[in-house]
Ligand binder design. Structure first.
Ligand code: PEP
Length: 250
C-alpha cells in the first residue's frame, strides 16, 4: 500500500507555518506524490490548512474530538465541526492525551466510534511505557489498548481505521524503537487485526510507527514489511525534515 505520513503538530504552529509547509510539500514531494500525506494542526489552524491544501493531495487531520455530538461541553470540538472543514483524519488516544488528560481506553473507544460514524478515519494511537517494555508486558499492553479501543466496533468499520504504534518511551525523546522492534510489534498488531476483521481487511489497515521519526531514520523504519507509514511529531514542524521523511517513504 502507499505509505501514509501524518504530521502531528501538537500545540505548535501558526498560519505562516501552514503556508510554508504546504508550499514546500507541493514543490518537494507531491509532484508526483511520494506518499499519502496529512497534517494535524491545532483546531484553530484547521480552516487555514483546509484552504492551503485545496488542489493538493494533502489531507487535513485533527488531534482530538469530543466523544459527545453537541451540547454543554466547554472547550470541546465536535465531529460535525470537523466535518465542516473537510477533516478526514482524527488522532485519538495519543499518549499525551492519555497521560496528561486522563483519557481512558473507554473514552478512546467512544471517540473512535464517533469519528467512524461520521466518515472520519481515526488514527488510534497505542503504545507501551518503558517500564512495561522492560518488564516484558509491551505486547500485552498494546494488544489490550487495541482491543479495548475497537470494542463493539463492526469489522467493516475497523477496516476504516488507521493504527499508530507509538512506544511512549520514544515520543519526543530522541529514542527510536529499532526497525526490528517496531516491525515485530506491527506484526503482533496485524495478527490481532486479522482476528478482529479478516486477513484481507487487516492487510489494508495502515499501521503507522511513531516516536522520534526523523529524516535520518525514516527510510529504514518505513522499509520494514509491516510499517505502513509514520506519525511524526517534532520533525513535522520543519518543512525540510518532514520532506526528508516523506522521501524515506517512497
Ligand atoms: C507524536 O507525538 O505522535 C510523536 C511521534 O512525536 P515525536 O515524533 O516528536 O516523537
Amino acid at each position: 500500500m502507499t505509505k501514509l505520513v501524518v504530521g502531528n503538530w501538537k500545540m505548535n504552529g501558526s498560519r505562516s507555518l501552514i503556508e510554508q509547509m504546504v508550499e514546500t510539500l507541493k514543490q518537494e514531494v507531491l509532484n508526483p506524490p511520494l506518499a499519502q500525506v496529512a497534517i494535524c494542526p491545532p483546531f484553530p489552524l484547521i480552516p487555514a490548512l483546509e484552504s492551503a491544501v485545496a488542489q493538493s493531495s494533502i489531507g487535513v487531520g485533527a488531534q482530538n474530538v469530543s466523544n459527545h455530538l453537541s451540547g454543554a461541553y466547554t472547550g470541546d470540538v465536535s465531529v460535525s465541526m470537523l466535518k465542516e472543514f473537510n477533516v478526514t483524519y482524527g488522532i485519538v488516544g495519543h499518549s499525551e492525551r492519555r497521560s496528561y488528560f486522563g483519557e481512558t481506553d473507554e473514552l478512546v473507544q467512544q471517540k473512535v466510534k464517533i469519528l467512524l460514524e461520521h466518515g472520519i478515519r481515526p488514527i488510534m494511537c497505542i503504545g507501551e511505557s518503558l517500564e512495561q517494555r522492560e518488564s516484558g508486558e509491551h505486547e500485552a499492553t498494546v494488544l489490550y489498548q487495541l482491543v479495548e479501543g475497537l470494542k463493539d466496533i463492526a469489522a467493516d468499520q475497523i477496516a476504516q481505521c488507521v493504527i499508530a504504534y507509538e512506544p511512549v518511551w520514544a515520543i519526543g525523546t530522541g529514542k527510536t524503537a529499532t526497525p526490528e522492534q517496531a516491525n515485530q510489534m506491527h506484526q503482533v498488531i496485524r495478527t490481532k487485526l486479522i482476528e478482529l476483521t479478516s486477513e484481507e481487511s487487516a492487510k489494508a489497515i495502515p499501521i503507522l510507527y511513531g516516536g522520534s521519526v526523523k529524516g535520518s531514520n525514516a527510510a529504514e523504519l518505513l522499509n520494514q514489511s509491516d510499517i505502513d507509514g509514520a506519525l511524526v511529531g517534532g520533525a513535522s514542524l520543519k518543512p525540510d525534515d518532514f520532506c526528508q521523511i516523506i522521501r524515506g517513504a517512497s
